[in-house]
Ligand binder design. Sequence first.
Ligand SMILES: Nc1ncnc2c1ncn2[C@@H]1O[C@H](COP(=O)(O)OP(=O)(O)O)[C@@H](O)[C@H]1O
Ligand SMILES: [Mg+2]
Length: 272
Amino acid sequence: MISKKARGWERDMKRRVISVSGKGGSGKTMISALLIREILAECDRSGVGCCVLAIDADPDANLADALGVSYEKTVGDIREKILEEKQREIGMDIRIRFEAKIAEIMVEEHGFDLIVMGRPEGPGCYCPVNHILRAAIDALSRNYDFTVIDCEAGLEHLSRRTTQDVDVMIVVIDETMKSIRTALRLIEIARELDVDVRNMFFVANKITTEETKKRIEAAARRHGIEISAFIPYDQSVARFDIEGIPVVNLPDDSPSVVAVRGIVKMVMSDDS
Ligand SMILES: Nc1ncnc2c1ncn2[C@@H]1O[C@H](COP(=O)(O)OP(=O)(O)O)[C@@H](O)[C@H]1O
Ligand SMILES: [Mg+2]
């Protein structure tokens, strides 16, 4: 039922669920795509093939573009169908049905599978369905070595509990104070709600100069945030974006790729 790549359980590898959240436009999608690329590259380098589940949890889905793949259906599309079936009381466990349907719409690529969440909800109340959906995605992600979730810009994914518990929550900030305020709200909400986040890494993206790097580092520290990694403003990311080239095709030595490689090493060596 699940993709043939989903075989993480066969090896004794530490599985990790990584979420990428932060202010809209801070670079979540770019970072998620490069994380997936560099996780696969790191696994290759160390001779342990691994499989990654990519989840685009942003209704304004563009992780597929960043990864250079296309998709036909989103989880939002099948949620409504399953809900209709449930209302008609067609037997069979709804979670199992979700799992099977999600596996059907999953995009299978070399090294990774992609699930696009799509629209969060329609006019009705989907709370119980969201709960089952989350359980189905939790169950699916257990079959992969790594799950990377590109979260939506707001905080709804946390408050609606459509995001599962995570091992590493990467919070992206940029050079703006607004992005620090979003990061602070994310920390607060993750604490208030019962989201099990084992570790939080703060990543500052699109850093233009040494001076702004120091300024943002100091501003974050004043709010109790220690930045773990800096990603420079990368002209080639901007150029790829303008030309519509998937960001995963950046050269190995691009400043953004080199920086994300460092983040992957940090995440992989994190044993907390
Ligand atoms: N390090 C970077 N250097 C240059 N441009 C970047 C960088 N990171 C992201 N961008 C650009 O910033 C914009 C927002 O990035 P995106 O990943 O879509 O953000 P989000 O997913 O948080 O909304 C895009 O145009 C992207 O190309
Ligand atoms: Mg995005």
